[in-house]
Design a protein around this ligand. Structure first.
Ligand SMILES: Nc1ncnc2c1ncn2[C@@H]1O[C@H](COP(=O)(O)OP(=O)(O)OP(=O)(O)O)[C@@H](O)[C@H]1O
Ligand SMILES: [Mg+2]
Length: 371
């Protein structure tokens, strides 16, 4: 990926798209780096496809600008942009075979490239997506995963500067999806093309992206690397969307350099790191990841920890970890992730048993409801 200081390959500048009264995309501001793998992540209807379509040239912004390679492209038609899109349902031509599907874009070019040149480009694209020798197959003779590769081959044959992928793996089963994710990633690294992926699958976004753009109701609410978003979400919405978290609602009672205290149910106080701008008296939520909490059979009074009595409700074996659902009289139900090693030393916990949930003060994030 290029350094931050280089000019971006694409940009949204205060870009808004209205469909009548609906603000499908609102005031988007984003610089996309050359060679980056960027994902748009958010729930259905939050504007991910709209953002992608404005880059592709299938929608024009209502206000603001879209730039590609430093050029304002608001009015540049799709076929003149150095961009290609893979659609959710591939949009392959069923009456054409694999070769003709892949070469379709090249054959539309004027002047038309020589047949030998097209054939060679198709061969190479098929190699890249690991389908050599499949050129004369019919589309309906291909599996879902193979069709997905044909759609990819069709999109990369023009050597676009940016490849736009709108939920390209939605139709695949879990195992195939995982394989394709790994392949897409290595394809991106080897081609050096900028990939922009739309997904509502957080695992997919976390595992593949250099940066993720979290969207909500047409707006970008946070942009960051997977780790930044996981460790430093700027709102409860983001913390909830990226990874699993427990939330305890309360009122900020103290804000100091050493920690922010949130007064929660039952007279309890959760000490954590506050998002900037939180002030005493404000309502907020403490976010504690399940892996930040441990379980013990006995209570502890160790300095700098909070220990609360709970009852084990449920246990799910996850291999290296066991996930416990526990219930506290005031805090309600929450999740605790216990590593196999810890369970080996502390012993396991049976549903129905009393136990103690323990966390280090300061590890919680105190987050506003909205960014
Ligand atoms: N052509 C259109 N005409 C009217 N409204 C539209 C149009 N396209 C999208 N919208 C609306 O804009 C909003 C954003 O739609 P968009 O397709 O960008 O969402 P999305 O994040 O891609 O959702 P999904 O995950 O369901 O694909 C939605 O409220 C949608 O109904
Ligand atoms: Mg969509």
């Amino acid at each position: 990926m290029q350094p931050d200081t280089d000019p971006p390959i694409a940009e949204f500048r205060a870009t808004t798209k209205m469909f009548g009264e609906v603000g499908a995309a609102r005031d988007l501001n984003l610089s996309i780096r050359k060679g980056e793998f960027l994902s748009f992540l958010g729930p259905s209807g939050c504007g991910k496809t709209t953002a992608l379509r404005m880059l592709a040239g299938f929608e024009a912004p209502t206000s603001g600008d879209v730039l590609i390679d430093g050029e304002r492209v608001n009015d540049l038609p799709a076929h003149r942009r150095p961009v290609n899109m893979v659609f959710q349902h591939y949009a392959l031509f069923p009456h054409l075979d694999v070769t003709d599907n892949i070469s379709y874009g090249l054959r539309q070019r004027r002047p038309r490239p020589a047949a030998a040149e097209v054939a060679q480009a198709v061969e190479q694209a098929l190699e890249t997506v690991r389908l050599p020798g499949y050129g004369r197959r019919r589309i309906w003779e291909m599996s879902g995963g193979q069709q997905q590769r044909v759609a990819l081959a069709r999109a990369i044959i023009n050597q676009p500067k940016i490849l736009l992928l709108d939920e390209p793996m939605a139709a695949l089963d879990r195992k195939l999806r995982r394989d394709m994710q790994i392949e897409l990633q290595s394809l991106q690294r080897s081609l050096g093309i900028t990939f922009i992926l739309v997904t509502h699958d957080q695992e997919e976004a976390l595992s593949m992206s250099d940066r993720i753009c979290i969207m909500r109701a047409g707006r970008i609410v946070q942009i960051g690397s997977p780790r930044e978003l996981y460790d430093r979400p700027n709102s409860r919405y983001v913390a909830d969307f990226v990874g699993k978290s427990n939330f305890f609602a309360g009122t900020v009672s103290r804000v100091e350099a050493t920690g922010t205290a949130l007064a929660v149910a039952g007279g309890l106080r959760i000490i954590g790191t506050a998002a900037p701008g939180l002030a005493p008296g404000q309502t907020a939520s403490a976010s504690l990841r399940p892996e930040q909490i441990s379980l013990a059979h006995g209570t502890t009074t160790a300095d700098g920890t909070t220990c609360v009595p709970v009852r084990v409700v449920n246990r799910i074996f996850l291999g290296e970890h066991t996930e416990y659902l526990v219930q506290h009289d005031d805090l309600g139900a929450f999740l605790v992730l216990v590593p196999r090693q810890a369970e080996a030393s502390e012993g396991s916990f049976e549903p129905g048993e009393p136990a103690f949930a323990i966390w280090r003060d300061g590890t919680a994030l105190i987050l506003p409801e909205d960014a």
